[in-house]
Design a protein around this ligand. Structure first.
Ligand code: ADP
Ligand code: ZN
Ligand code: ZN
Length: 827
């Protein structure tokens, strides 16, 4: 790997090694023109040509000379075209952690660096099109114009009259969404030219201010000028130009005249786009810590002070006051002159939490998550980069935030699957946070009411410190979860129903008491498994301990890990019942049913569809918090983190869909879900109730969850993991092959399997598959997967690297393969 500083002090850098955000693992070397040699910094962005295409890249090393033994030929090295930064946006710490991510997760470094910067700061490359001299000549010749295709002439005229266009805008202007074929022909014939230009997507927003400098009576000569001077005086002698001319009812030219006469001066200033500019902040209370909180905080504070890497698992039941500990841990980092980072899994958690933290920390905290506008994102990021803010609250990508002197990283709900990015670069923000803390000698606090099996295992084996908050603040009782046995409901009613009477009655009663309810669906859209409505069994793979998936086309059940296949039975193999069914209702249908049944209730809905509309999503949550809604229907994201004091009923419509997912973590996820759901109810003074509808009330995850027995669940689950070879006992990698053509996808997967077999000479890995992925066809592509298990992560990485290299050399289709190290969702 590359060492960042290879320069002695005297010699100027002649070359830059550049990582580009494309799907290439390689680094590229470019020559630095002498004009850039002084200013170039590691971590700065540059424009370079990749082939003939201009691309923005990141400098990862500066070289005084080409490395000995390099295969590069001096004359073939291209110049850096442009240096985009004076101050490198990537700090050495961020550069370092992105490099680790690239190495560990087998991702291109440039892609990781791009993910590390706010969307707005990455330079995009615009393609522009303009008419050439030859094109103009054509237009001047009447004969050519007559004999040409009218569309071509119209396009050339447009370019001649209006000048250069961005290519997509040009196509739209021509009334076509796609690029017409003849446009490339015009280009080939040299009638139009294409050029590339860098577009800076976002920069600091400026506004112009006017300041009064001469105040004597003669300075203003006209009425308008007088009004300006008066208005300014009334505003402490300084105000934005736009506001000034509006208030003084004058034009901008009056200000200009006054500026020329030395009466006022104008200057520009950055305006901050603050995501919480108009938010109402809650009161901050000075709470007296409980004994358990104080003890936990003492350990965390001590570790921060010691300036050593310290991973800590904070295991606290819901409502035990973890957030209060997070806030104080960040405060103590600040007091020691260090920065802090708090990661949360979902944007659902940020509207309320960000207000709470802003109330505590004011301008010292930057809010950093994916649903901010580009401008807001850029500004919040800049405040951190400049050191104006020392704290950050954010979702996954905030793990790359440029926090200086990092003292503590908090990962709330550490078990949450959304810490894993489900597209390239695939990284896990929790695991990245741990490594970042290690590199920067910081403390990392993993907080959860239901730690992941992996983290709890690490705590038990002494790898992590373990801190526990066993009780809710004020000894409020935890809500008890009750199971509603849908097998009985089915036997009574003789048809599948969505809501059991118990749940409907509970909703009505809750409303009658003036309290609120939450109704959860476990997951949407995935229903191809078989479940017996009489006994609740689903059918599992004999080898892999995961549910088999039903393939309607050939009526078979398939294992997505090992490709085991068997015929779909017509009766339940466990009890002989004929009532075997698929499960799954969407949130919309459930909302619909509830509205019909309870027309008097004010009902809101939250799911992936509403999530993309940020404001609606935020508003629904805030309305519910204020009591403007009686009932909220949603997917599992509703189960997390919220602190609604008036919610006393939570109903889970179908927990079985989640239990039966073909994922070895299905039981763990379900256990976590129920524990969290129970944590949503009864957070205020009122006791809460949780009703879970299931066809499988005997399942160990449900049994332990309703008994609120984490340890009991852990002991049982860890046995399964050990017996069947799953994390934390083995490392996993998931290789996914995607292609439009199903046969081609299968061939590629088989080729990949052969390459893996060859690389796996010492048999350090177990290779499963090719098998169809759980979503065997998605967005028009066939998906086939291979699963790799190994006791040694290092050897597993070596096998994958060697296999991928051989696969590529042998002409394998690398572009259709994605490699996921430590996959979180097996879906
Ligand atoms: P968690 O994050 O563990 O679920 P929270 O931090 O949200 O729990 O705390 C639950 C509730 O208890 C919140 O309303 C919070 O304001 C309150 N709380 C936390 N610590 C204390 C304390 N020491 N004294 C009184 N109330 C507290
Ligand atoms: Zn059965
Ligand atoms: Zn299997």
């Amino acid at each position: 790997m590359i060492v960042a500083a290879e320069l002695s002090n005297q010699s100027k850098p002649q070359y830059a090694q550049v990582a580009v955000p494309v799907h290439l693992k390689k680094l590229f070397t470019y020559r630095l023109p002498s004009s850039m040699q002084d200013a170039a910094r590691v971590g700065s962005r540059v424009m370079v040509k990749l082939g003939t295409k201009p691309t923005a890249g990141y400098i990862v090393a500066l070289l005084a000379q080409l490395r000995a033994g390099t295969s590069l030929i001096e004359s073939e090295i291209k110049d850096v075209e442009e240096l985009l930064d004076v101050e490198p946006p990537l700090t050495p710490e961020v550069l370092e952690i992105t490099r680790w991510v690239a190495d560990y997760y087998a991702a291109p470094w440039g892609e990781v660096m791009r993910a590390a910067l706010p969307a707005g700061i990455n330079a995009a490359v615009e393609q522009n099109i303009s008419i050439s001299e030859k094109g103009r000549q054509l237009l001047r010749s009447a004969f050519s114009v007559m004999t040409e295709e009218p569309a071509r002439v119209r396009a050339l005229r447009l370019l001649a009259e209006e000048g250069e266009f961005e290519i997509n805008a040009f196509c739209l202007r021509l009334g076509s969404k796609r690029k017409p074929k003849w446009l490339s022909e015009l280009e080939d014939e040299g009638l139009v030219e294409r050029s590339y230009r860098r577009s800076i997507a976002t920069r600091a927003k400026k506004h112009r201010l006017v300041r009064l400098i001469a105040t004597d009576a003669q300075s203003a000569k006209t009425k308008a000028q007088q009004r300006i001077v008066e208005t300014l005086s009334a505003h402490d002698g300084i105000m934005p130009a736009a506001e000034l001319s509006r208030k003084a009812e004058t034009s901008d030219s009056v200000i200009a005249t006054l500026a020329r006469n030395g009466v006022v001066e104008t200057f520009e200033e950055d305006v901050r786009r603050d995501p919480l500019a108009r938010a109402v902040l809650p009161e901050t209370e000075d709470l007296k810590l409980t004994a358990a909180q104080a003890a936990a905080l003492k350990v965390i504070g001590g570790r921060i002070k010691a300036k050593v890497f310290a991973p800590i698992l904070l295991h606290g039941v819901t409502g035990s006051g973890k957030t209060e500990i997070y806030i104080r841990a960040m405060r103590s980092a600040l007091q020691m002159g260090r920065g802090a980072m708090m990661l949360v899994p979902e944007i659902a958690l940020t509207p309320i939490l960000s207000r709470r933290l802003r109330a505590h920390f004011g301008e010292q905290i930057a809010i950093f998550h994916s649903s901010l506008s580009k401008g807001e994102r850029f500004d919040e990021w800049s405040r951190l980069r400049s050191g104006e803010a020392q704290l950050v609250l954010g979702t996954r990508s905030a793990v790359f935030a440029p926090v200086n002197h990092l003292g503590v990283i908090i990962v709330d709900e550490e078990q949450d699957a959304s810490y894993r990015q489900e597209e390239s670069p695939y990284y896990h923000a929790r695991d990245t946070a741990i490594v970042r803390a290690q590199k920067e000698r910081a403390v990392v606090v993993l907080g959860s009411a239901t730690p992941s099996l992996e983290s709890f295992h690490n705590a038990k084996s002494g790898k992590y410190d373990y801190l526990q908050l066993p009780d809710r603040v004020g000894k409020r009782p935890l809500a008890r979860a009750e199971l509603v046995d849908m097998r009985e409901v089915f036997a009574r009613r003789k048809k599948p129903i969505v809501f059991a009477d118990e749940l409907l009655t509970a909703i009505a009663e809750t409303h009658a008491r003036g309290e609120q309810s939450i109704i959860l669906l476990n997951r949407r859209g995935y229903s191809s498994f078989i479940l017996c409505r009489s006994c609740g069994e689903s059918i599992e793979c004999p080898n892999c301990d995961v549910t088999l998936t039903y393939h309607r086309a050939d009526q078979t059940l398939v294992c997505h890990y090992c490709n085991h296949r068997q015929r779909a039975p017509s009766a339940c193999p466990a009890c002989g019942s004929k009532y075997i069914y698929y499960v799954g209702e969407g949130t919309e249908q459930v909302e619909e049913l509830l509205r019909k049944r309870f027309p008097q209730l004010r009902i809101g809905r939250i799911d992936r569809d509403t999530k993309s509309r940020r404001h609606e999503f935020e508003k629904t949550l805030l309305d519910f918090g204020k009591g403007d809604l009686d009932l909220l229907v949603g997917t599992q994201m509703l189960a997390k983190g919220h602190d609604f004091h008036n919610v006393t009923l939570v109903g889970v419509v179908s927990v079985d869909a989640g239990l039966a997912l073909p994922d070895f973590r299905a039981a763990e996820r379900t256990f976590q879900l129920i524990t969290q759901v129970a944590g949503r109810a009864g957070r205020g003074e009122l006791p809460g109730r949780v009703l879970i509808q299931t066809y499988h009330p005997g399942h160990y995850a449900l049994r332990h969850a309703t008994a609120q027995d984490y340890q009991g669940f852990y002991d049982e689950e860890i046995r399964h993991r050990r017996n069947h070879g799953y994390p934390p006992f083995v490392s996993l990698a998931l290789l996914l092959v995607r292609h439009k053509d199903a046969a081609r996808a299968l061939r590629t997967a088989q080729h990949l399997r052969n390459s893996l077999n060859q690389a796996n000479k010492d048999l350090s890995c177990r290779i499963l598959g090719p098998a169809p992925a759980p979503f065997a066809r998605l967005r028009g592509e066939s998906r086939i997967q291979l699963l790799i298990k190994s006791r040694s992560r290092k050897q597993m990485r070596a096998v994958i690297d060697e296999a991928m290299t051989n696969f590529e050399t042998a002409g394998g289709d690398v572009r259709s393969v994605t490699v996921e190290i430590d996959p979180v969702s097996m879906m």
